[in-house]
Design a protein around this ligand. Structure first.
Ligand code: GLA
Length: 396
């Protein structure tokens, strides 16, 4: 009897652990590390079509991006056409045959993503999934889609009409759950990317509605100030991310022309430290070698893709100078020294700030110069140019 009571309480405890832990990814193993790929929006906006997607997929392979880890080729807004008499969505004339396009992308060893909204209309005023969630999920699965970005947009009208903020919140959460369930019911593993600009602290509930990633911010622009505000604004969100469920500070602007090379390295380094999805947003057919070398820097990508899945944190800040650190699976730390100011400055990082004892002797390797810098005790320091970064691996 006592044994049974013990067993029962054990059962209760395990049950409550199961119930309390957030429902995770669509399917196990999906987005175990932050998704990597490319998306049409930042560069092409509404000027995207079948030929563009095919060319980007080809360039992803020929540029070596695929081999560096980029996998998803994602079509953003403006692919949507009309629904037929039975409510089935069709692509518009820019995308004559979505299934054929998906087959082509798959034939390159890549995966394909698509975009929709839980509202009646998308942000670009194309057809959304409202009232057709299951049908759309089935259509995507039949086409062979591997990733869905689900962008709140049109649903905001209904949320505005709700009697209270709580009621508005429920409309949104229910809509995300509805598509989660629809995607799951297809049996196809589809990465579920929530896009609602970080409202209502989505990081607190995004995983519970099945999100593999959720945008934490409004849209990024191709300017340093935008990248800076978003990137550095991620402080405090680390504990919400992990394998299968990531904070998404939006897609990359590297290679779109608005950031200097120095700023692009800071952007890419910060996103890697944040364990952010690395979704390139430039024209992959037209990359200067310097841009390629940023996006395909395998040492930096390895930081982002570390299987521990720990998002990095800001560990030190003094005015314009910041140090962020990410714990890696092997116990080492990836560290970035960033200078947001307008003149070069020396930045120092103490081992204590990385969670190491001061007496530790650690190997330091520069992940942009691809160079071993030597053994350091207690601290490391380096000059960092304006808007620049020094990124190192610290290995005791
Ligand atoms: C919103 C999203 C962007 C993009 C556009 C498309 O603004 O945040 O990332 O998808 O919609 O219309």
């Amino acid at each position: 009897m006592r044994f049974l009571r013990g067993f029962n309480s054990l059962l209760l405890v395990s049950l409550s652990i199961v119930l309390a832990s957030p429902v995770r990814a669509q399917a196990t193993g999906i987005a175990a590390t932050p998704p990597m790929g490319w998306n049409s929006w930042n560069h092409f906006h509404n000027k995207v079509d079948d030929a563009t997607i095919r060319a980007q997929a080809e360039a992803m392979v020929s540029s070596g991006m695929r081999d560096a880890g980029y996998t998803y080729v994602n079509i953003d807004d403006t692919w949507e056409g009309e629904r037929d008499g039975t409510g089935v969505i069709h692509s518009n004339s820019k995308f004559p045959d979505m299934k054929a396009l998906a087959d082509f992308v798959h034939s390159k060893g890549l995966k394909i993503g698509i975009y929709s909204s839980p509202g009646p209309k998308t942000c670009a005023k194309y057809e959304g999934s409202y009232g057709h969630e299951l049908q759309d999920a089935q259509t995507y699965a039949a086409w062979g889609i591997d990733y869905l970005k689900y962008d709140l947009c049109g649903l905001r009208e209904q949320m505005k009409a709700a009697p209270s903020p709580e009621a508005a919140h429920k409309i949104m959460v229910d809509a995300y759950i509805k598509m989660r369930d629809a995607l799951r019911s297809t049996g196809r593993p589809i990465v579920y990317s929530l896009c609602q600009y970080g409202n209502d602290a989505v990081w607190e509930w995004g995983a519970n509605v099945g999100g593999n990633l959720w945008r934490t911010t409004g849209d990024i622009n191709d300017h340093y100030a935008s990248m800076e505000a978003i990137g550095f604004g991620q402080a405090g969100l680390a504990r919400f991310a992990g394998p299968g469920h990531w904070n998404d500070p939006d897609m990359l602007e590297v290679g779109n022309g608005g950031l200097t090379e120095t700023e692009s390295r800071s952007h890419f380094s910060l996103w890697a430290i944040l364990a952010a999805p690395l979704i390139a947003g430039n024209d992959l057919r037209d990359m200067r070698p310097e841009i390629h070398d940023i996006l395909a820097n395998k040492e930096v990508i390895a930081v982002d893709q570390d299987t521990l899945g720990r998002q990095g944190r800001r560990v030190w800040k003094n005015g314009d100078l910041e140090v962020w650190s990410k714990q890696m699976k092997d116990g080492s730390r990836a560290v970035i020294l960033l200078n947001r100011g307008s003149a070069e400055q020396e930045i120092n990082v103490n081992w204590e700030d990385l969670g190491y004892p001061t007496h530790f002797n650690a190997d330091v390797r520069d992940l942009w110069q691809h160079k071993y810098l030597g053994k350091f005790t207690g601290k490391f320091s380096a000059p960092v140019v304006s808007h620049g970064v020094v990124m190192v691996a610290v290995r005791p």
